[in-house]
Design a protein around this ligand. Structure first.
Ligand code: TTP
Ligand code: MG
Ligand code: MG
Length: 403
């Protein structure tokens, strides 16, 4: 059986590079994307030019200004970064067997191919990412995830590093132990007190020292560093999730209809949040009074855990399907091609407009978690409910079938 070869891809100075791409006068200059220059903002991304001054992500803006007052400071545009990230992930998903999204600018690509095939495909992907998005990334090719991530960081920016099994662990022995995923600053300083600073020194350290600082997992780490493959892949997850609503009485698409569509979007995005999923496709379904059924879908480049975004896309799709004077029996909203959500908490802190909506959404989640999802409903549904308008709501989790 072929062993898995892992490729790790990470964009270089991601947010800052998007700005340099879109505003040519920023190219070659120190660019800092982050919170406001006043107050308690932090640096989200720094271009490689800015890093020469010691600036890095998560540093306070006040400190960044002190270190490099001539830098160009930009508050950034999250929609642009998410759009770029979707395009990149889309290119990645087309060239490997399994794609694992780690963060907004980072993925693992898993291949069950020979090394030379993987190397060739990865090099082509790197070129494609640049050709289609104008952005540069670094890639690492290795026998497991930890080594692939290490490899992609070894020659940043614009790096392409291959860690062949036959050269391991010698090819990484000179690197500090802190470069390994899972060894934080604290553990690294404990090792340092034992005169272990490089990966090579870690590999020759006495067993009891490794156990003392890393527990029994330390031995797994050592095997990994020597090129052992990762544990088998987890089974694939459900591919879509949605909600549909059958009206008590067939109706034309006016006020109340749209309130129910909003509610469907609330429910679907809530389930994405609860399960920590994100999705690429929005699909709607309309069943007419005649039982004739139509579906319509589009690729979405926005955060669908946010019900406002989901409604914007779904309502556009429904408008495309509507026919004059025809009554509707059922409406459904589905998000398909779901995948594990990217951790965006930091982005919420940095971008004020996202932060406001996020506050509202998490307040709603808190109430629903505590009192159930009937405890809080849209005000626009109250008059219709009072007049006896109702219907049957049905959630579903599909493995492949459309809504
Ligand atoms: P990273 O990949 O950690 O950093 P980077 O792409 O800017 O630079 P590198 O070339 O070293 O990979 O993060 C990706 C993006 O995520 C980054 O451009 C901005 C955002 N981010 C934050 O908003 N806050 C943070 O603290 C970090 C680390 C990243
Ligand atoms: Mg990056
Ligand atoms: Mg990253």
């Amino acid at each position: 059986m072929k062993r898995t070869v892992v490729v790790h891809l990470d964009m270089d100075a991601f947010f800052a590079s998007v700005e340099q791409r879109d505003l040519p006068y920023l190219r070659g200059r120190s660019v800092i994307v982050g919170g406001s220059r006043e107050g308690r903002g932090v640096v989200a991304a720094a271009s490689y030019e800015a890093r020469e001054y010691g600036i890095h992500s998560a540093m306070s803006m006040a400190m960044a200004i002190k270190l490099c007052p001539d830098a160009v400071f930009i508050e950034g545009n999250i929609d642009k970064y998410i759009d770029a990230c979707r395009r990149i992930f889309d290119l990645c998903s087309r060239c490997c067997d399994t794609l694992e999204i780690v963060s907004i600018d980072e993925v693992y690509l898993l291949f069950r191919e020979k090394w030379n095939v993987v190397v060739e495909r990865s090099a082509m992907l790197k070129e494609k990412v640049y050709a289609e998005t104008g952005l540069i990334c670094s890639m690492g090719v290795a026998p497991n995830r930890i080594l692939a991530k290490l490899a992609s960081s070894m020659e940043k920016p614009n790096g392409f590093t291959i860690l062949l099994p036959k050269d391991l662990p010698g090819s990484i022995a000179f690197l500090p132990v802190s470069r390994l995923w899972g060894i934080g600053k604290k553990t690294a300083s404990l090792f340092k007190a034992d005169d272990i600073t490089t990966i090579g020194e870690l590999l020759t350290a006495e067993e009891w020292r490794i156990r003392a600082h890393l527990g029994t997992q330390g031995f797994d780490l050592i095997k990994t560093v020597c090129g052992a493959p990762d544990k088998p892949l987890p089974p694939t997850k459900e591919k879509s999730l949605g909600h549909e609503f059958t009206f008590h009485k067939d109706l034309e698409p006016y006020g109340y209809f749209w309130s129910e569509v909003r509610r469907l979007c609330d429910q679907v995005s809530r389930r994405l949040r609860v399960n920590h999923y994100q999705g690429r496709i929005v699909r709607v379904k309309l069943r007419w009074k005649s039982f004739e059924t139509h579906t319509h879908q589009m690729v979405s480049n926005t955060d669908l855990q946010n019900p406002f975004n989901l409604y914007r896309v779904a309502s556009r799709l429904i408008h495309d399907l509507l026919k004059p004077r025809r009554k509707i029996r059922l409406v459904g909203v589905t998000v398909a091609e779901i995948y594990d959500a990217i951790e965006t908490d930091l982005l919420h802190v940095i971008f004020p407009e996202v932060r406001v909506q996020q506050k509202l959404i998490s307040a709603i989640d808190t109430i629903w978690d505590r009192y159930g999802e009937e405890s809080l409903i849209r005000a626009s549904l109250i008059p219709a409910r009072a007049r006896g308008f109702t219907g049957v709501s049905a959630p579903f989790f599909a493995s492949s079938s459309p809504a």
